[in-house]
Design a protein around this ligand. Structure first.
Ligand code: CDV
Length: 309
């Protein structure tokens, strides 16, 4: 049997601080048209796709950062993207900064069906970085200043014939993110990321190692949960700050089946057979038969390391 879902990973090149959402949305539509021409039914864009990666900029007054946030979704700026997706009959997922009616701030991504209806929302749980300006770092990463940790868990949705889940950027480094979705039978995890090409606290850690850790995390998550993973970068030089690329699609065996080489806007398309998840889920990662939860208590009972006496 096969259940093919043809997916496009739509990488965005850099977005400068001065660039408006209208310019970005036009670029996203161009990528969508290209993906449609290549047969894609579902298109995935990066984390915080509509703006530059603003958490690198420190605002003493936190409210000054609110102009990077979307108070409604869809809104007039992104309406053309929703309309084009509906015309094409394509599903999509993209990330944005969410400002709720109650004034809460989240790093969010959504899942949209072929009719343009938002069917799923995820709010980033593993927020990296710090709260206050840190002069010791090569660059700032103020996600903990501007966002609250997500409050929606790691749900999985039925969409386009499969079981779909979302995570965002740093979540991909945490096995727990995949496993919570794996326990709901996830067949495709989609995620966007903005990963600076140098470690702000370890100047010697260059892009090659950063890309290695990225691939390692995504490939392991895919294999250990027998799921497809689609990981999409925002890449290139944003106002002097460089983000790595590494947009890729990984199969349920943990193998990279497509990877984008450039740091510019670009699309990779792959026909993913969701039934390829079945073998792993029924054998080595048949959770029901093999998991030993009586030994996993510390994973949910404690946060940090407790060394033995
Ligand atoms: N946007 C991110 O979450 N970036 C982190 C960096 C800071 C390590 C990442 O995991 O790629």
């Amino acid at each position: 049997m096969s259940r093919i879902l043809t997916v496009a990973a739509a990488q965005l090149g850099p977005i400068q601080k001065a660039e408006g959402r209208d310019i970005v949305v036009a670029r996203m539509i161009a990528l969508m048209d290209e993906a449609k021409a290549k047969g894609a039914e579902l298109i995935i864009y990066p984390e915080l796709a509509l703006t530059t990666f603003f958490p690198r900029w420190h605002h003493e007054d936190r409210a000054e950062a609110d102009h990077w946030f979307e108070a409604a979704m869809p809104n007039p700026a992104v309406q053309p993207l929703f309309e084009r997706a509906r015309e094409h009959g394509m599903g999509m997922s993209f990330g944005y900064a969410e400002l709720t009616p109650e004034g809460r701030h989240f790093n969010t991504s959504i899942l949209v069906d072929r009719e343009g209806t938002i069917v799923g929302k995820y709010r980033k749980i593993h927020l990296p970085g710090h709260v206050e300006f840190d002069p010791e770092r090569a660059h700032q990463h103020l996600e903990k200043r501007y966002f609250e940790p997500g409050d929606l868990g790691f749900p999985v949705w039925r969409l386009m014939g499969g079981l779909m889940g979302m995570m965002i950027c740093n979540d991909r480094r945490w096995p727990e993110s995949y496993r919570v979705m794996g326990l709901q039978g996830v067949e495709m995890v989609v995620l966007g990321f903005n990963t600076p090409s140098v470690n702000s606290q370890k100047p010697g850690e260059g892009m090659a190692q950063r890309l290695f850790h990225h691939r390692l995390s995504v490939q392991a998550g895919a294999y250990q949960n027998a799921t497809w993973v689609v990981a999409v970068a925002k890449a290139g030089d944003e106002d002097g700050h460089h983000c790595m690329g590494g947009t890729l699609i990984v199969n349920p065996d943990g193998e990279i089946v497509a990877e984008l080489e450039s740091e510019a806007d670009g699309v990779i398309v792959h026909a993913c057979d969701l039934d390829d998840t079945r073998f792993g889920k029924a054998t080595i990662f048949d959770f029901k038969r093999h998991r030993r939860i009586e030994h996993y208590g510390p994973i949910t009972a404690q946060v940090g390391v407790i060394e033995p006496e």
